[in-house]
Structures are given as structure tokens and as C-alpha cells.
Design a protein around this ligand. Structure first.
Ligand code: FES
Length: 169
């Protein structure tokens, strides 16, 4: 993390004066700093602000922008905008949840995938669409979506095996 982000987080904590709305920017800067809001940041914020941890936690879980887990290596943004919705995006999202074993906004246990939904990816003619990091995939079906996720898993697995054999050599 950059020094300025670190300073921003600490600066916000330092100038916190107890105004109710201030917890949100504080949590935002913690998330910018860590990439998510770890347990230790909740304790730290609670200690400095005097807001009980359970309350801080309540605010975090209320707003979908906040994450309690780090993002996966691959962020899947499944579109659920109008054009995608009429092309059955809900089924695509259900399939993703099933294939990944997480709900929307969740991250797989191996830290590989985070599943999110978005309102429009700007390529409605390809509906239903998703993005995995910077790559767009369109005209999806439940079958193609499972295949896609398995391809990413397979690629990761073989990269891991290559790394392991390099380390042994
Ligand atoms: S609604 Fe899905 S890309 Fe536009």
C-alpha cells in the first residue's frame, strides 16, 4: 500500500470527532488501504472512535460496498442490467454461485474468484455478459459459464504446478 493511502487512513482516524456519518469514510479509507476491512482494522477503528465493534461490523455488513474478505485474484462481474436480464442473466448468476460455491459478493476459499454483479458492462449486444478482470465474455449459457470458470481453474492449477516444478529444479 502507498504511503499516502496509509496516511489518509491514519489521518481520518486521528481527526474523527464522533459525528455519525464519519464512520463511512473511515471504513472506506480502511478498505482502500487493505483492499478489504480486516478484523484488526475493525478493532482499531472501534478503539479510536469508541464505537463498539459490533456497531462497526453492523455498518460494514449494511453497505454492500464494504468487504470483509480480500478480493479474489479473478473478479467476475456478472451483468444483471436490463438487456442481460431479459437474456436470462439470473440463470447465469445462479450457475456461477453454484459453480464457485459462493454467493454474490463472496470470494472462493482458495482466494481465486470474487463474484459481483453489475448494472451494465456497456456491451449489451453480447447479452448475457460477464467480465473476468479485463476480459469480456458474452452470449453466455449456463454450460459455457461453467466451462469458462473451469478453464480459469485449470490454467491456475497448471501455472501452480509449473511454479512448483521450477522451485524444485
Ligand atoms: S445490460 Fe448487460 S451489458 Fe448492458
Amino acid at each position: 500500500m502507498t504511503a499516502s493511502r496509509n496516511e489518509d487512513f491514519n489521518y481520518r482516524l486521528w481527526r474523527y470527532d464522533g459525528a455519525p456519518g464519519e464512520l463511512i469514510p473511515l471504513l472506506q479509507s480502511a478498505q482502500d488501504h487493505f483492499g478489504y476491512i480486516p478484523r484488526r482494522a475493525i478493532s482499531y477503528i472501534s478503539e479510536v472512535t469508541g464505537v463498539p465493534e459490533s456497531e462497526v461490523y453492523g455498518v460494514i455488513t449494511f453497505y454492500s460496498q464494504f468487504r470483509l474478505q480480500p478480493m479474489g485474484k479473478y473478479v467476475i462481474k456478472a451483468c444483471d442490467g436490463t438487456a442481460c436480464h431479459v437474456q436470462n442473466s439470473r440463470t447465469i448468476i445462479d450457475t456461477l454461485e453454484d459453480e464457485l460455491g459462493v454467493e454474490v459478493n463472496g470470494t472462493t476459499g482458495d482466494g481465486l474468484f470474487t463474484l459481483q454483479t453489475v448494472a451494465c458492462l456497456g456491451c449489451c449486444s453480447l447479452a448475457p455478459v460477464l467480465m473476468i478482470n479485463d476480459d469480456t465474455h458474452g452470449k453466455l449459457t449456463p454450460q459455457s459459464v461453467r466451462k469458462l470458470v473451469r478453464e480459469y481453474r485449470r490454467r491456475e492449477e497448471s501455472a501452480r504446478r509449473e511454479d512448483a516444478s521450477c522451485a524444485r529444479a
